[in-house]
Write a protein of this length. Structure first.
Length: 463
């Protein structure tokens, strides 16, 4: 355990402090000790265990992977060195399992439905300054990212997130990907989040797996979600893998139906990360229809109907989301704003109260919005402009795409700037693709010299 630096303190996430055990199962810290641990040279991983015997060991039969048991169920934590990690594992970053980028660690904080209380947002702003590069990155799934983390900072970050309710589960934190209509009610978001975290096996969902709860506005139902709920008349259409198979459930059965479908995906998936990647997505629908075959108890079975003819046709995702004056589903008034390139400074975040982060890298607030340099004009050139981190923040990037994106001042079609062919952070829908190459850029597949890219993008946004 010489790799472990005991110079920082990570407070327990839930309940009394866990016992830390080494790779041989021997106790390293006695019960009741505080988690006085941080990572130094090796990116060790926190792993939850079922309780072993009273002597401090955790027998092999009780050992589970990091994602297999909720923290509240386990008084044991194991530190797993990189050599013991599963090959081909989900590489999506989390709040604790950070991605090592060129500018330091990148942590992704899941924010179900994008809903943040003021104290949560302000604490995140403080953490961005204390641990990161001073800004919060908004993602296309309405989550947040902190960049520039030093090795070991993820443990302090995790403890602080847990203290303000942003890390309710160590094991499910990367699967709490829930998009929701920004102006809709948040009750269903909280219900689905709690249900996902309560199902131990759903911790095995890939970090790319996405739920979407559409209020009926049609703004997030067609966001390439694995499972999406869209009200249709008195019932709710459950879209599976982005397709309406005719599945209809009652409004109060949306969450249970999504849980059944998520479990079905885990049973049938092989190497697939998303439902749409399955050879036949109808197997998920079949599992929901024939719940008896799935072992669902009779009293827990969900009434499901299949509409043989009525199908919801895909809509077009909005380019910038709610911008300017807005009306919430409950009649409340507010303001929507785009965040330039999705980077919210700590100063801007501290000036906001309760917010909803939108999947278009913007924010919605109730009441008035202070003057913060955010974009509230839906015709402004910055609407619909997104980019990856680019140089010098990413090892793979071939250009400083953020700077290039800010240089284009023509409004129009949504555009995404990418530093390489991976196109990280690309939003759904009709998007002008600008991809850096060794010789310049590809603009919607056309090779363009670097000195002409601004002109080509301006023209592409107007076409």
């Amino acid at each position: 355990m010489s790799e472990v630096d005991k110079s920082r303190i990570m407070r327990p996430f839930l309940g009394s402090a866990p016992r830390v055990v080494g790779g041989d199962g021997r106790s390293v810290l006695a019960p009741g000790s505080r988690l006085d641990l941080a990572f130094r040279r090796a990116p060790w991983r926190v792993q939850a265990l079922l309780p072993g015997d009273s002597g401090g060991t955790a027998p092999d039969s009780h050992r589970l992977p990091p994602h297999a048991i909720a923290a509240s169920d386990s008084p044991y934590i194991r530190l797993v060195p990189p050599s013991q990690r599963r090959t081909g594992a989900d590489a999506c970053p989390g709040a604790l399992d950070v991605h090592r980028a060129a500018d330091g660690g990148l942590a992704r904080v899941r924010v179900p439905g994008g809903r943040l209380r003021a104290e949560q947002l302000h604490r995140l702003a403080d953490l961005a300054v204390d641990l990161g590069d001073g800004a919060l990155e908004l993602t296309s799934r309405a989550n947040l990212q902190l960049r520039g983390l030093a090795p070991g900072a993820e443990l302090e970050l995790g403890a602080e997130l847990a203290a303000v309710g942003l890390l309710p589960s160590l094991t499910h934190e990367k699967v709490r990907n829930i998009m929701a209509s920004p102006l809709g009610p948040g009750d269903l978001v909280a219900e689905l989040d709690a249900a996902v975290c309560a199902e131990r096996e759903l911790a095995d969902l890939p970090g790319r797996f996405l739920f979407a709860l559409d209020s009926g506005a049609g703004d997030v139902a067609w966001s390439r979600a694995d499972l999406a709920a869209l009200p249709v008349g008195d019932s709710v259409a459950l879209l599976v893998g982005g397709v309406d198979h005719g599945v209809r459930v009652a409004p109060d059965q949306v969450v249970p139906a999504m849980i059944v479908c998520s479990k079905a995906f885990l049973r049938v998936r092989d190497e697939q990360w998303r439902i749409a990647e399955l050879p036949d997505t109808s197997v998920i629908v079949a599992a929901l229809v024939d719940q008896e075959a799935q072992g669902q108890p009779f009293e827990a079975r969900i009434p499901v109907t299949i509409s043989p003819t009525e199908r919801v046709t895909p809509g077009t995702p909005p380019t910038g989301g709610p911008i300017g004056p807005v009306v919430f589903a409950d009649g409340g008034l507010g303001v929507g704003a785009a965040v330039p390139l999705g980077r919210l400074t700590a100063e801007q975040a501290r000036a906001l109260g309760d917010v909803v982060i939108t999947p278009w890298r913007g924010v919605v607030v109730r009441g008035d919005l202070p003057e913060l340099g955010l974009i509230t004009d839906p015709s402004a050139p910055g609407i619909g402009v997104t980019s990856c981190a680019g140089r010098p923040h990413c090892h793979k990037a071939l250009a400083d795409v953020r700077a290039a994106a800010l240089a284009v001042s023509v409004p129009g079609r949504a555009v995404h700037w990418a530093g390489c062919g991976r196109r990280c952070g690309r939003p759904a829908g009709d998007v002008l693709d600008v991809v850096a190459t060794t010789d310049g850029y590809l603009v919607d597949g056309r090779a363009i010299p670097g000195e002409r890219v601004a002109e080509a993008v301006a023209q592409g946004r107007q076409d």
